[in-house]
Design a binder for this molecule. Structure first.
Ligand SMILES: Nc1ncnc2c1ncn2[C@@H]1O[C@H](COP(=O)(O)OP(=O)(O)OP(=O)(O)O)[C@@H](O)[C@H]1O
Ligand SMILES: [Mg+2]
Length: 281
C-alpha cells in the first residue's frame, strides 16, 4: 500500500481553482519534495492531505484512508510541521512537549531524547516566546517527532532559518529517512530538495508540471550540445558543440581553452524554461 495516493485532485477556493487534476504518490520510506513558488498551492496540498481542507474532485488517500475522514490511527502515525507553529508561548520548551506527550501517553524519557536530537536540551526551561526562530522551528519539529511518526509532513521546515538550524534539521531528516520514515516536504530551496528528496514535483499554478527523480528531470532538459568554455584570456563563451564546432576546434588547436564543460541546467533553470517564472521566490 502506498503511504499517500492522490488521483485527479481538484481544489478551488470560491471560484479560484488552486489545485488542478493532481496525481501524486508516496511510497514507504520515500521523501517527496514539492517545489513551487509562493502561491503555487503547496500548503493547500499539505492541508488537504492532513484532513484540514476538503477537496472538490478526485481522491486523496493517506495510509489508505480518505483524507476527509482520517481516523486516529492515521494521526497517530503522522507528524506535522506547518507554517503556523501553534506553540504555547508562555510555557517552557519542555512543557510544550510534555502537553503533547501526555495526550499521546508518551514517556518523559522520550521528551529528553527528542530534545537532545534537536539540540534544545539546554533550552528546556526557556519559555517558547524567548526562543530564536531556528530554535522555535526545532521545537516544532521535536513535537512532530515525539510520537515516533511513520509519515512526516514538513511545510517549508527550514525557510529563513540560520545555517546551523538548517543543517541540524537536514541531518535529522536524513536519519529519519534511514529509519524508513516517509516524508512529504515542501520547499523553495533546490539544494534542500537535492539533499533530501528521492523524487520531486514542480508545482506551478496548481499543476504538477514535472515530476520524478531530480537527476532524471535534469537529464531530460540537459542539452549536451551546449558547452561552456573558459578561454586562457578568461573570456567565458557559451557555444553549441555542432554549430560552433569550427570555433571550438580553432580554440583547441591554438591551446586557448582553459576549461570546457557541458551546461547542466539547474531545477531553477528548468522551472524558468517551463513557466517563464522563478522558482525561488
Ligand atoms: N483559505 C483560503 N481561502 C482562499 N484562498 C486561499 C486560502 N488558502 C490559500 N488560498 C490561495 O491559494 C493559493 C495557494 O496558496 P498556498 O498557501 O497553498 O501557496 P503556497 O505554495 O504554500 O505558497 P507559499 O510558498 O507562499 O507558502 C494562493 O493564491 C492563496 O491565496
Ligand atoms: Mg505555503
Amino acid at each position: 500500500m502506498k503511504v499517500i495516493q492522490i488521483e485527479h485532485l481538484q481544489k478551488a477556493f470560491q471560484n479560484n481553482i488552486i489545485l488542478k487534476d493532481l496525481r501524486l504518490s508516496l511510497e514507504e520510506g520515500e521523501c517527496f519534495g514539492c517545489l513551487g513558488p509562493s502561491g503555487a498551492g503547496k500548503t493547500t496540498l499539505v492541508r488537504i492531505m492532513i484532513g484540514q481542507l476538503d477537496i472538490d474532485q478526485g481522491r486523496c488517500l493517506v495510509f489508505g484512508e480518505d483524507s476527509r475522514h482520517l481516523s486516529a490511527r492515521v494521526y497517530e502515525k503522522t507528524g506535522l510541521v506547518l507554517d503556523e507553529q501553534g506553540l504555547y508561548e508562555r510555557m517552557s520548551v519542555y512543557d510544550n512537549l510534555k502537553i503533547f506527550a501526555d495526550i499521546h501517553r508518551i514517556e518523559d524519557e522520550r521528551i529528553t531524547e527528542v530534545l537532545k536530537k534537536v539540540d534544545l536540551l539546554d533550552e528546556a526551561d526557556k519559555k517558547a516566546c524567548r526562543l530564536s526562530k531556528g530554535m522555535r522551528q526545532r521545537l516544532v519539529l521535536a513535537r512532530a517527532l515525539l510520537h515516533r511518526p511513520r509519515l512526516l509532513f514538513l511545510d517549508e521546515p527550514t525557510s529563513a532559518l540560520d545555517p546551523v538550524s538548517r543543517h541540524l534539521i537536514h541531518h535529522l531528516l536524513l536519519t529519519l529517512k534511514q529509519q524508513q520514515v516517509s516524508i512529504f516536504l515542501t520547499t523553495h530551496n533546490m539544494q534542500e530538495a537535492a539533499l533530501l528528496c528521492d523524487r520531486i514535483g514542480l508545482l506551478h499554478e496548481g499543476s504538477m508540471i514535472e515530476e520524478g527523480r531530480i537527476d532524471d528531470i535534469i537529464e531530460k532538459y540537459h542539452n549536451h550540445l551546449a558547452l561552456h568554455i573558459e578561454l586562457t584570456d578568461h573570456r567565458h563563451l557559451n557555444l553549441d558543440a555542432q554549430k560552433d564546432a569550427d570555433d571550438i576546434c580553432h580554440y583547441l588547436k591554438e591551446g586557448k581553452i582553459l576549461k570546457i564543460h557541458s551546461n547542466e541546467p539547474t531545477l531553477e533553470d528548468i522551472f524558468k524554461k517551463l513557466t517563464g517564472k522563478r522558482l525561488n521566490l
